[in-house]
Design a protein around this ligand. Structure first.
Ligand code: ADP
Ligand code: MG
Length: 247
């Protein structure tokens, strides 16, 4: 059974049809690379999965629960519960500038008030070690490099113990020499079998790490399947042209 199942998802901004009936299934432990030209609807799709955008039609199921069923949303409390299984990492990190690195990690679980502070602290220390930032726990975001900020953002997303991590171009805002350290953290998560959906222009990373690739163009899924097969033997002209420009 898929962990994410999307069927006939439609989304418009006014006259502009941004997602024109997207259907896809993602299985547990998949690392899915979503690729496609700028403006094809990749960010809108990811944001819809986590309910940062409201869709106009179609269905989204997370595990076996409907976030939206044929255009009608679950109740607010159910929506919160369903989306809490997912964490998201954004292109521009979106850290809280007035909080330290530790503070950024601890704020959401603190506000959720579901566990004692010592447990939250212990997990924050563990995750900072995992992303190689133990020595930076008392620093403020302004004093970090872009690569360090993005590693904080990943650790912060992991604090809520998500079953699925969504990444929207996590290295696009970074200087080229800083992308490696972020991709390394993501590769380790893939090794630990984290289910990940990654919008990316890093074709090398996608080829090396992704189990599945989805090519989007103009609000549609043009082609999807095994990542290596899609990169090596694209079936459609639009996919071929895009890969030719990107590889
Ligand atoms: P991608 O991430 O593939 O570059 P997006 O999902 O960001 O694509 O955008 C798809 C289309 O939707 C683009 O034409 C974009 O200009 C438009 N769009 C995105 N967000 C909004 C918004 N909030 N209001 C109006 N148009 C938007
Ligand atoms: Mg985008």
């Amino acid at each position: 059974m898929p962990i994410i199942s999307v069927s006939n998802l439609k989304k418009s901004y006014g006259e502009l049809d941004v997602l024109k009936g997207i259907s896809l299934d993602i299985n547990k432990n998949d690392v899915v690379a979503i690729i496609g030209p700028s403006g094809s609807g990749k960010s809108t799709l990811l944001r819809s999965l986590i309910h940062l955008e409201e869709i106009d039609g179609g269905s989204i199921q997370i595990n076996d629960e409907y976030l939206v069923e044929q255009g009608s949303y679950a109740k607010p409390q159910e929506i919160r519960q369903i989306t809490s299984k997912m964490g998201m990492v954004f292109q521009h990190f979106d850290l809280f500038p007035h909080l330290t690195v530790s503070g950024n990690l601890e704020i959401a679980p603190k506000l959720a008030k579901k566990e004692p502070m010592d447990k939250i602290k212990a997990r924050s220390e563990e995750l900072l070690e995992k992303v190689g930032l133990t020595n930076w726990k008392n620093a403020y975001p302004a004093n970090l490099s872009g690569g360090q900020k993005q590693r904080v953002a990943i650790a912060r997303a992991l604090m809520m113990e998500p079953e699925i991590l969504l990444f929207d171009e996590p290295t696009s805002a970074l200087d080229p020499e800083l992308t490696g350290e972020v991709l390394e953290v993501m590769k380790n998560l893939a090794k630990e079998k984290m289910t990940m959906v990654v919008v990316t222009h890093e074709m090398g990373f996608a080829l090396e790490v992704a189990t599945k690739a989805i090519f989007m163009d103009n609000g549609e899924v043009v082609e999807s399947g095994n990542a290596k097969a899609l990169f090596e033997y694209p079936q459609f002209d639009r996919t071929k042209a895009f890969l030719k420009r990107s590889l």
